[in-house]
Design a protein around this ligand. Structure first.
Ligand SMILES: C[S@@+](CC[C@H](N)C(=O)[O-])C[C@H]1O[C@@H](n2cnc3c(N)ncnc32)[C@H](O)[C@@H]1O
Length: 197
């Protein structure tokens, strides 16, 4: 079975544009077959970004979007916070789109093909992820718990998880490792912030 995180170069390309407006800023995202939420911005990703932007008032920070897909979360945050973003994923097609989307939306981005953190060497003010639940617990926990090694001392990990996809048990795992807050809930999605203890 094909998943949105498997690389399938044979999969027919059918590019499409997705638009998104936040306050006075218009974004365009090029999407394609074979990537997560290819036809519309995922509700959870949108909810996470909009929640974060209500809470974060710093600019010129470093952001890592882990499992970036076509780059929605990282690109919107980098644009609105006037910051530099690293966009990381295992899906080559998603990374190609993320690169194009950073140019289209005039955001400075480093694009990194990385299985979780294996090609990440910097530390960041913010690591953000809408984790690939379907990739399994090992990958999801690898992204969430692994983040602490790539966060600055006062850095923040942000993630969105659906209640019916194990948000409550993931909050428990996060609480064992971080100072954890469920910042907002909407339509069964939890927007979670975790800071180093
Ligand atoms: C739920 S999607 C979110 C995509 C994007 N952030 C968004 O909000 O639209 C999760 C992403 O994680 C990526 N992914 C899956 N396994 C991964 C791994 N081992 N390392 C890095 N990224 C991975 C998938 O390719 C997918 O793009």
């Amino acid at each position: 079975m094909e998943h949105y995180f498997t690389n399938n170069e044979q999969l027919k390309s059918e590019l499409r544009d997705i638009t998104y407006t936040l306050d006075d800023t218009n974004f365009t995202f090029i999407s394609d077959n074979g990537v997560f939420s290819k036809n519309k911005i995922d509700y959870g990703s949108k909810f996470l970004v909009e929640t974060m932007l209500k809470q974060i008032n710093k600019t010129h920070i470093s952001i890592l979007d882990m499992g970036c897909g076509y780059g929605f979360i990282g690109i919107v945050l980098a644009k609105k916070l006037d910051s530099l973003v690293t966009l990381a994923d295992v899906n080559k097609r998603a990374l190609h789109l993320a690169k194009e989307n950073s140019k289209v939306n005039k955001v400075e981005a480093h694009i990194v093909e990385s299985n979780i953190y294996d090609k990440i060497s910097d530390t960041f003010d913010i690591i953000v992820t809408n984790p690939p639940i379907r990739a399994g617990k090992k990958v999801v926990e690898g992204m969430l718990l692994g983040a602490s090694s790539y966060l600055k001392d006062d850095g923040e990990l942000w993630c969105v998880i659906r209640k019916d996809q194990g948000a409550k048990s993931m909050v428990k795992v996060l609480e064992d490792n971080y100072k954890t807050n469920i910042v907002a809930k909407s339509k069964g999605f939890y927007a979670i912030k975790a800071e180093k203890k």
